[in-house]
Design a protein around this ligand. Structure first.
Ligand code: GCU
Length: 359
């Protein structure tokens, strides 16, 4: 290569480098969107910044005084404390960021950073989670927690990456019961009743298997639907039956405990992984610590629930034929159970010895 060719090659390489650097920096600068005040937000899934502080938004559809919301507040406090204020989680309770199903979608695509949700709302995106919420699966809350705190629970949290999220920790949501404007004491009472269900194909199947007519609806709309007779009843845990004021409109509660649906805090995976590794660990650990707190708050709340319902003059119905309910949901084990038989067997093995001997 003569000198002139060398100079031309060098000039071409330098020019390419300069052009590439120009586009690289221009793209970075263009990714920033100025928002009112001193807020600055990245378009791609990186956290919002306010001055030097990282701001994360967490969606939750419960009232601020609900035990689960208080645990989310505790989680936010721990993160702020352990990062010396560098990371702030803003909790939006009472479905301020949209109904639960919409917030799941938002976290998956990064519009919202975190959400506390019922796993029933995730099964349409990750059907494996059905294995953790099959009807009459757990003998009691301790059994469920043995599962959630085991490798099974951990693998479900990390397995949520197929939705673009990381499951940070589990929360308790007790057992769900039916309630209606007329008594439910046996399976016959439930036949043909219009029952509100969460927006989940699996929940629709469950309620249909029990002979009721499922009506999918978001959580916030249930009170009005009961009041206006759009549905005859609904199903939820004791604490939500009260916090939503559903107990004022559906005076009969049947303690059939047909399902326990674990709850989870999910975080957009890219947003999490764009943080320093040390900060990622702080967030993961704070979520785990808030899970213990949530369980305590949950148990305290559950203790008071029966008194509130009884003081309101509601009737707590005992189910005369729980075995008939269990029998009716068996086709769901055939439909969904097959794919997850191994996990279901492991969950069965985690029952207390006394229960295992009986079954
Ligand atoms: C429970 C759960 C909520 C859910 C609700 C529902 O209250 O905690 O996350 O939205 O049930 O039935 O929709």
């Amino acid at each position: 290569m003569n000198n002139i060719t060398k100079k031309i090659t060098l000039a071409a390489v330098t020019l390419t480098l300069v052009v590439n650097l120009f586009f690289l920096f221009r793209t970075k600068a263009d990714d920033k969107v100025e928002t009112p005040g001193s807020m600055q937000m990245d378009v791609i899934n990186t956290p919002m910044m306010r001055d030097d502080q990282i701001i994360l938004r967490l969606a939750n559809n419960h009232r601020p005084d609900y035990p689960t919301s208080r645990a989310c507040d505790y989680f936010a406090e721990l993160v702020e404390e352990r990062t010396d204020g560098r990371i702030k989680i803003l909790n939006y309770h009472s479905a301020q960021l949209g109904d639960e199903k919409a917030t799941v979608g938002q976290v998956m695509y990064g519009g919202i950073d975190l959400a506390r949700v019922s796993t029933a709302l995730l099964t349409d995106f990750d059907s494996e989670l059905i294995a953790l919420q099959m009807p009459y699966l757990y003998e009691d809350t301790d059994h469920m927690w043995r599962v959630l705190n085991s490798e099974i629970g951990d693998s479900f949290l990390t397995g949520m990456d197929k939705m673009g999220v990381e499951g940070l920790c589990w929360y308790d949501a007790g057992a769900r019961n039916f309630y209606a404007s007329s008594p439910i004491t046996c399976l016959e009472d439930l036949q043909g009743m219009k029952i509100r269900v969460q927006e989940s194909a699996f929940m629709v199947d469950l309620i249909s298997a029990l002979g009721a007519v499922p009506v999918e609806m978001s959580f916030a709309k249930v009170e009005m639907a009961l009041k206006q007779g759009e549905v005859d009843g609904a199903e939820n845990n004791f604490s939500s039956y009260i916090s939503t004021r559903n107990y004022l409109h559906a005076k009969y509660l049947a303690l059939d405990e047909h399902i326990r649906i674990p709850e989870v805090i999910i975080m957009n995976k890219e947003v999490l992984e764009n943080l320093d590794e040390a900060d990622q660990e702080i967030i993961r650990q704070a979520a785990k610590d808030s899970s213990k707190k949530q369980k305590e708050l949950w148990d305290e709340c559950e203790e008071q629930n029966r008194n509130i319902v009884e003081a309101a003059g509601n009737e707590i119905c005992q189910i005369s034929d729980k075995e008939a309910f269990i029998e009716r949901v068996q086709p769901l084990y055939q439909k969904y159970g097959g794919d997850y038989q191994e996990i279901l067997d492991q969950i069965e093995q985690m029952k207390s010895d006394e229960m295992k001997n009986q079954s």
